[in-house]
Write a protein that binds this ligand. Sequence first.
Ligand SMILES: NC(=O)c1ccc[n+]([C@@H]2O[C@H](COP(=O)([O-])OP(=O)(O)OC[C@H]3O[C@@H](n4cnc5c(N)ncnc54)[C@H](OP(=O)(O)O)[C@@H]3O)[C@@H](O)[C@H]2O)c1
Length: 514
Amino acid sequence: MAGSLQTDTQLSADVLLDDSRLPKVPEPGAMVIFGASGDLTARKLIPALYDLATQRRLPMKFAVVGVSRTQMSHDEFRKKLRKTLNEQRAGKVRDSVWESFCGSVFYLPGDTKKAETYQELKDFLKRLDGERGTRGNRAFYLASSPTLFPAVVEKLGEAGMNRGENGGWARLVIEKPFGRDLESAKELNTGIRRYFEETQIYRIDHYLGKETVQNIMALRFSNSVFEPLWSQHYVDHVQITVAEDIGIGTRGAFYEEAGALRDIVQNHLMQVLCLTAMEPPVAFDSEGVREEKVKVLKSVRRIPRDKVGEFAVRGQYTSGWVWGEEVSGYREEKNVAPDSTTDTYVALKLFIDNWRWAGVPFYVRAGKRLPKRVTEIAIQFKRTPHAPFAGAENLEPNILVVRVQPEEGVSLKIGAKVPGSGFRIRSVNMDLLYGTAFLEEVPDAYQRLLLDLMLGDPTLFIRADETESAWDILDPVISSWAESEKVAFYPAGSWGPAESEELVARDGREWRRP
Ligand SMILES: NC(=O)c1ccc[n+]([C@@H]2O[C@H](COP(=O)([O-])OP(=O)(O)OC[C@H]3O[C@@H](n4cnc5c(N)ncnc54)[C@H](OP(=O)(O)O)[C@@H]3O)[C@@H](O)[C@H]2O)c1
């Protein structure tokens, strides 16, 4: 009897849990993608929507409308998208799902600089409201070149599309990069706010859609063992690494304008820093989480303009070997100036001047053509105050590593006794691999974010003050580098320039080799 009672209790607990997690399905609505013939739409947005369709997470009454200048019919557009999806999924696309999904995908050729495009779009969306029941709800996804963002927002506003039809909602999604520096980000925010309220604006950083990035919060705020140690009392320093083994491929022209600081550090790396350092939010909702993230950014000590060299390293790869293949240097890449000073590697030393983190350096780095692709956060704890075992002083300190990609998981380096006589201690890893702990498939970041967008939940999107604060931290570095020719070179396939090693070595520390 006791057994069956236990089972019943267990069952009701599961049911309760399930009830609270019943998947929410968004209201009917249309998603307009500006930049529909581009790479992001075909490789990320449509596959994410197709996956949502597979899981029946899309509303029954839903439509996607792609807009770009290339002349295509609806069918040509659908065929183009299907081709990319087939390539991406090695042919494993479910025909029945695709057929039903692609029936709600449409294409409207048009130049987003021209007002008539918006009139046509407006009429088309109204038609869809009537024919497909999209109820006047619209999400506008800006997936074209960032130089077009201000014009698209203005034209949407002038056409009165900044409000949904007949009481429906209108939301605006803006891809990265959000500006080039603090001034341009502010200008963009001001321009957008002329037509859209902050609650309508969804600034995307796909890192926040990654399960393992969200897991930083789960790890910190659902376990009582880590949080008490998570401060200057026990933490010696923190290292955040976003390493890529690839170069810039065919995107030379884009990268010359961006560089690693703008492309990775201002957005992805700063977001990871915020989640690592923030205080527990009052609730896991858009204001609770974003408020705490902004507080972190505001507490980051600003680097004095004349001391940028002490806190920041700008690196660039030269030719070398990656995974056994000889690769060219950045300056030899296509569409790159032979004397380019663009940063393909950045290392920064940051301090967060608040009660929790006073005096703890956060060393952060991001780079291309490093030995491997890895994103991780390493919390290095202080050494024990006294080592009672011979040789224990040479042990590595405890390090908690949260691996965001690849092989997502958490590992804790601890000292353990080597079996046998005597008392030798060695550092070993306690590993949790998500891939083996959970059987569920890890959804792509865009899947989560597109669903949240349609549900109207901006928790995992960036607020205006967040993006401005992140630029504010980096502005002294940007302006100092703009006036200098100094670049620290590193051979492709190495862990970055010697200057970066010196940045941490000056503090008696060293970079990890993940
Ligand atoms: N690709 C990625 O993996 C990725 C990742 C993160 C963020 N992003 C961001 O996403 C955005 C798009 O990137 P992408 O790689 O997809 O760029 P892309 O492949 O160059 O696509 C740009 C799109 O904009 C359209 N376009 C350009 N001028 C236009 C105009 N005047 N009117 C209408 N459409 C116009 C182009 O189509 P037509 O030539 O047919 O007009 C094309 O569809 C950028 O902000 C990028 O930074 C991309």
